[in-house]
Structure formats: C-alpha cells, structure tokens
Design a protein around this ligand. Structure first.
Ligand SMILES: Cc1cc2nc3c(=O)[nH]c(=O)nc-3n(C[C@H](O)[C@H](O)[C@H](O)COP(=O)(O)OP(=O)(O)OC[C@H]3O[C@@H](n4cnc5c(N)ncnc54)[C@H](O)[C@@H]3O)c2cc1C
Length: 384
C-alpha cells in the first residue's frame, strides 16, 4: 500500500476525551479536522463522567506507568489552565492518596518533587488518624471531563458532526472512507484516527492484521448534592480530593449544576453495557468507608435511593494499562491511527496521547522520550 499523501486533513471517529484531544492537537498545527460521533452531543461515552481526577501514579522504581502518567497529568493540567475555568470546570486542588495497602511507595531518589509523603496537617485535614500512610500529590486535581471535551472541540479548524454512527472503514485510493449502516459515506480523508473507545474494536477487527487487545470495563460513580448534607457531615469533608481505594471529591458541580460530592468507582469486567445499578451504590458506600472511615460512617444515610444518584460508563482497557496510540500499522494500514485504551486514566492520559499522535503525524519531536513513547504506540501490537 502507498503512504498517505502529505495532506493535513484528518477524520476522527469519537468525540470523547481521546478524540477531542487528537482533534485539538492537530487543529492547532493547522490541520483541517472533522470529528464524527454517533451521539447527539458531548459526553455520551466514558467522558460523560461527572467529575474525575488527574493524578499521577507513583512506584518505588518510578516505572514506565508512573513516568507516563506524570507527563500526562502535566499535559492535562496545562490544557485545563489554557481552556477551562478554574473552580467550576477544574481545580489544581492537589490530591491526597490514602496509601491503604502500603504499596504506593515513592521512588528512593525522587524524580518527582510534586509527590511527597503527606504532612500531619494534610492527614488531619482529610479526617484521617495521625500516622495514616498517605501521599500528597501537589500537581493533581479534579476535572469535569465534559467541559474539557467541549473546549477542545471548539478549537478553530475542528468541525464536529454529531449523530454519525460509523459502521465501516475502508481504504479508497489514497484515503480512508467511513460509512454508516446503509453503506453511505460519512466522510473521507487521507488520515483517519479511530478514538471510539471499546467500539473501536468492532470497527477495526475486520482489517488485516489488527491485533490491539481492547476490553470493556464498566464503572459506576455515586454522587449527591452538597445541599442534602447536614452541617456535621460537611464539617468532615476533606478540602481536597482523596484517592487510594477509589476516590472522593466534593464541592464540584453536579451535572445538574449545584455542587455535589462524588465517590467512585466500581470495576466490572466483561460487561459491554453501562446501566446504573443499586448494588454499585452499596459498593461505593463501602469504598468511602474504607477510604475515609469517619466520613463514610457519617454519610451512610446519604446512600439511600432518594438521595444518591449514579452515573456509569465503559472504560476501554488494555492488558498493561497503557493506551494504544498513533499509527496502527504503517506498512499495511497507512494513514490509519488509533487513540484509545485510556482505561481508568483518560483524564490523565488523553491530552498527552493527542499530542503524541499529532507529533507523529506532523513529523515533530515527540512530547516525551522515545523510550516512553514506544510503550504507548499502537504499533507495538503489529503481528510479525
Ligand atoms: C466510573 C468511571 C470513573 C472514571 N474516573 C476517572 C478518573 O477519575 N480519572 C481518569 O483519568 N479517568 C477516569 N475514568 C476513565 C475516563 O473516563 C476514560 O478513560 C475516558 O473518558 C475515555 O475517553 P475516550 O474518548 O477514549 O472514550 P469515550 O469517552 O467513551 O468516547 C468514545 C466516543 O466514541 C463515540 N462512538 C463510539 N462508537 C462510535 C461509532 N461507531 N461511530 C461514531 N462514534 C462512536 C461515543 O459516542 C463516544 O462519544 C473513569 C471512567 C469511569 C467509567
């Protein structure tokens, strides 16, 4: 097959965190980008999550995942700073990690000055007993993914077409064409980026040699309104998000607008649908009681069916917890790229993955060392 022509024109399938990040990164480099999504508007997939965390992973040997998430969180926070409103869309709040199993250890020679043992004052502010093992991530915070998606899609040079369900992908001459269920052409471009999470598998599986092992992982977050909390419950709320066994965030707008509290999330493998389930609220209640025991006890009454709300979505995962990004197989599928498999870290990784894809397509220096970029490359799955 011939290489794609040097035309700076791309189609992106999927308008979640992954697709909108790729579209933004290409458009700011002067590309004309069309994004197609089957949904009527922003937030249909996992990126409809009401609120989540951008926080680094740490490990004693500062492993590949730790180094990549640190770079990813930095990229996301910079993007949020540039495009979003602090306080309503996101906040650089810092995140306290309750080190429950004691397995999250900082590297001995700390490459990252932003993650440190939590101070006694921070542990007290979280309402945890002194001596609780905990880390403090200063370069971390909460984000409302929908706001980031919407802002990235507004980049000049990005055109979004909603209500476009892609069912087929085929090479036509020097271009990739995408079609709907009736075989009608929805779009055509020399470069095609597939960013539709687990649905990417059904679209790409028929192509020769495609072997990226994508899996669905359902999750549910439970949330409620701050206005429904008693004064006593409010006094126990930590002034920053806490993660560890799941994560707890408070004081962040709910999808309806008024500020709320959020605890998540459940993990359910081999489930391709994402209904909200009563039993998942119970699991999240246990999660809160483990993460922040005093608050969990005080808030037990907030999980009743008249107060608690739920949101569920499908994460798309890969076995090593790292996404699959960029060209899929330059020799056999020229011009075809992927940006998916963000797993439980799309907020922390999608912006970096968008920049990486754009750098590859635009023949630029990569935004992270080659030794790390190769662990994200979709091409790592090419069969010999
Ligand atoms: C409960 C839960 C909690 C989470 N918490 C966090 C967190 O705290 N921090 C964090 O970093 N991450 C978190 N995540 C993960 C994060 O939400 C995801 O990694 C991220 O949203 C994935 O973005 P995406 O763009 O790859 O996929 P999606 O947001 O799922 O977007 C895929 C898009 O593709 C479209 N699409 C699908 N098929 C087609 C088709 N055939 N044609 C056209 N369009 C199509 C869909 O409509 C959708 O808009 C959480 C996820 C869940 C479920």
């Amino acid at each position: 097959m011939s290489s794609p022509p040097d035309t700076r024109e791309a189609l992106v399938i999927g308008a979640g965190l992954s697709g909108s990040a790729v579209a933004h990164s290409l458009a700011v480099r002067g590309w004309a980008v069309t994004v197609l999504d089957q949904a009527p508007g922003v937030g249909a997939g996992a990126s409809g999550l009401p609120a989540g965390l951008a926080a680094p992973h740490v490990s004693p040997d500062d492993n590949v995942l730790s180094r990549i998430t640190r770079a990813g969180v930095q990229a996301t926070l910079q993007r949020a700073q540039a495009l979003l409103h602090s306080g309503t869309d996101w906040a650089l709040s810092g995140v306290l990690e309750h080190n429950l199993a004691g397995k999250r250890r900082l590297p001995a020679t700390c490459a990252d000055q932003h993650s440190t043992p939590a101070s006694p004052a921070q542990i007290a502010a979280a309402g945890l007993p002194q001596g609780t093992p905990a880390l403090w991530h200063a370069q971390a915070g909460w984000i409302r993914p929908r706001q980031l998606v919407a802002a990235q899609l507004q980049t000049p040079g990005v055109q979004v077409r909603w209500g476009q369900q892609v069912q087929g992908i085929a090479r036509r001459g020097d271009a990739w064409a995408v079609t709907d269920a009736q075989g009608q052409t929805l779009g055509q471009a020399p470069w095609l980026v597939v960013a539709c999470a687990f649905d990417s598998l059904a679209l790409l599986q028929p192509l020769p040699g495609f072997a990226v092992p994508l899996n669905p992982l359902r999750g549910q977050v439970s949330f409620g309104h701050m206005a429904d909390l008693t004064e006593g419950q409010r006094q126990l709320l930590p002034p920053f998000p806490v993660n560890g066994h799941g994560s707890f965030i408070s004081g962040v707008p709910t999808p309806e607008g008024p500020p709320g509290w959020f605890i998540g999330s459940t993990f359910e493998r081999n489930c391709e649908q994402a209904p909200v389930r009563e039993e998942d609220h119970a699991a999240n209640q246990v999660r809160l009681a483990t993460l922040l025991p005093a608050l969990g006890e005080a808030m037990a009454g907030q999980f009743g069916p008249d107060l608690v709300q739920g949101w569920a979505g499908l994460r798309c995962t890969l076995p090593n917890r790292l996404p699959a990004v960029g060209p899929i197989d330059r020799a056999r599928l020229p011009g075809l790229c992927l940006s998916t498999g963000m797993g439980a870290r799309g907020i922390s990784l999608a912006v970096l993955c968008g920049e990486l894809t754009a750098a590859w397509l635009n023949h630029e220096p990569l935004p992270l060392p080659e030794s790390l970029a190769k662990h994200l490359a979709a091409e790592r799955f090419v069969r010999a």
